[in-house]
Ligand binder design. Structure first.
Ligand code: 6PG
Length: 241
């Protein structure tokens, strides 16, 4: 593995310390000014929210500068434990959130209307570059099948892809809203916030550019974005012996 590939990795001893680094990245961005940060769903960001919810980290964030967005959302009510937004609110219960700065897809609409409305809101708040809104930072998770956000293997990105699309989870059939590949790549910075032993072989295949991994949206993002860091724990490291 060539040494400069390791420059794309920030590896920490465990998920809590990995989440603390993510919290530090968010805190530092908000101290510099208005920050539009897209979050992923799944389990790993929950560790980040628990971290941000503690007094130490709460005080480091300039909350009035922080706009949280979601890179993808499940088409469920926010009361559902499946809701990425709902789970974030529940885990950030002690944080001085500016609720007008918490931007989430309106999952009570149809998927098509939800994607349209979310895209319109994004275009209202974010700078437009390359014809898509540009996030300050995008945190992504990655599934064991190489999906990221709700872009699953087999997803066909086309030239005039909108900023937001509707998608269906290939196993559960759950309908979702997701940022498109182009919208994700438009972010100034991208972090794959990924932990756990099961992700190490997936990352390895992306680095090795195996035939299988070339159909993975996580691989497309890794190879196309020039300001991307894998923020991972040691269990997820592809460099373990
Ligand atoms: C979602 C996600 C999804 C997630 C990955 C990793 O809404 O499910 O955005 O892309 O980030 O599946 O999830 P874990 O962190 O739980 O492994």
């Amino acid at each position: 593995m060539n040494s400069n590939i390791k420059n794309k990795f920030d590896i920490h001893s465990d998920p809590v310390r990995t989440a603390q680094k993510a919290a530090q990245i968010i805190a530092e961005a908000t101290q510099l000014g208005e920050s539009h940060i897209a979050l992923s769903g799944g389990s790993t960001p929950k560790i980040l929210f628990r971290t941000l919810n503690t007094p130490v980290w709460r005080d480091k964030v300039k909350w009035e500068n922080l706009h949280f967005w979601w890179g993808d959302e499940r088409m469920v009510p926010q009361e559902s434990e499946e809701s990425n937004y709902g789970e974030a609110l529940r885990l950030l219960s002690e944080a001085p959130l500016v609720m007008d700065n918490m931007h989430t897809p309106a999952t009570d609409l149809s998927p098509e209307k939800c994607a349209e409305a979310y895209e319109a809101e994004l275009r209202t708040y974010l700078d437009i570059q390359n014809d898509h809104p540009s996030f300050t930072i995008t945190f992504l998770g990655m599934g064991e099948d190489g999906h990221t956000a709700s872009l699953f293997p087999g997803f066909e990105e086309n030239a005039d892809q909108p900023t937001c699309i509707s998608a269906t989870h290939p196993v559960s059939g759950q309908v979702r809203i997701s940022l498109s590949e182009k919208a994700i790549l438009n972010s100034e910075r991208i972090y794959f916030l990924t932990t756990g032993r099961s992700k190490a072989p997936v990352i390895s295949k992306i680095l090795e550019q195996t035939v299988e991994s070339k159909t993975w949206p996580a691989s497309w993002i890794h190879h196309k974005h020039n300001n991307l860091i894998w923020l991972i724990d040691e269990d997820a490291s592809p460099f373990k012996d």
